[in-house]
Design a protein around this ligand. Structure first.
Ligand code: ADP
Ligand code: ADP
Length: 227
């Protein structure tokens, strides 16, 4: 079953002479449970693509279906709710809210929608991420690796259909990078959580089921390495 379907997706920033075609008629599908890495040179359109998959930007043309929902056909409020429930986003610089505790940061997507947090599931995620003793801390009291674990927890809390990560280990040392990738892969394999990761790191790309290379806003190569 395809969890993601991207159809003729294009994104142009600006207009006239200074317009930049960041994404140029990109189409592909991703199966539920797949682990896909997106690679490509700087400026090739990887972040633009991930933002469009995550519903955080508007495409110039084309469509994104997540679990058969045409996400840019939703109105702003519907899209915000869909995003919080169905899309987990992880960034290089964590994007945690500095004045909220670890527990509050992790539960935020649920609290914003007035959804009940399943305590058992929450405790299980906290346990896997090794954050039991950190729940009442603020983000700046944590190491980088711990902050990234909190952002993974926040992305997982609503059990989303799709996990999207933009250079999730880009700011971490090699030990922490390995740990973070092991966690993401564990949720991918154990819970069949579809995972799409942008990376510059070849060692990470080679762990994926499939590698999509982006060049000049187009798919230059799409290779399945683990069928
Ligand atoms: P990558 O993630 O592969 O480095 P990006 O998707 O960030 O590439 O950028 C693709 C192209 O779009 C680049 O030429 C970049 O300069 C341009 N771009 C990205 N974001 C914006 C923006 N907000 N406004 C104008 N141009 C942008
Ligand atoms: P790492 O080796 O993971 O980068 P650090 O050397 O940054 O970790 O931190 C070591 C330990 O000290 C971690 O358990 C972290 O949670 C804790 N720590 C780091 N910075 C602070 C801080 N500002 N306040 C409280 N605890 C901190």
């Amino acid at each position: 079953m395809n969890i993601l379907e991207v159809k003729n997706l294009s994104k142009v920033y600006g207009e006239g002479e200074t317009a930049v075609r960041a994404l140029d008629d990109v189409s592909f599908t991703v199966k539920k449970g797949e682990f896909v890495c997106i690679i490509g040179p700087s400026g090739s359109g990887k972040s633009t693509l991930l933002h469009l998959l995550g519903g955080v930007d508007q495409p110039t043309s084309g469509k994104v279906f997540i679990d058969r929902t045409d996400i840019y056909d939703l109105n702003e409020t519907q899209l915000a709710i869909f995003r919080r429930r169905q899309i987990g986003l992880i960034y290089q610089f964590y994007n945690l809210i500095p004045i909220l505790t670890v527990e509050e940061n992790m539960q935020l997507p649920m609290l914003l929608d007035e959804q009940r947090v399943d305590t058992k599931q929450f405790n299980n995620i906290v346990d896997i991420l090794g954050l039991e003793k950190r729940l009442s801390h603020l983000p700046n009291q944590l190491s980088g690796g711990q902050q990234q674990r909190v952002s993974i927890g926040r992305a997982l809390i609503s059990n989303p259909a799709l996990m999207l990560a933009d250079e999730p280990t880009g700011n971490l040392d090699s030990k922490n990078s390995e740990d973070i990738m092991e966690l993401l892969k564990m949720f991918n394999k154990t819970y069949n959580q579809t995972l799409i990761v942008i990376t510059h790191d070849e060692r990470i790309a080679l762990q994926a089921d499939r590698i999509i290379s982006i060049e000049d806003g187009k798919i230059a190569k799409d290779e399945v390495i683990r069928p």
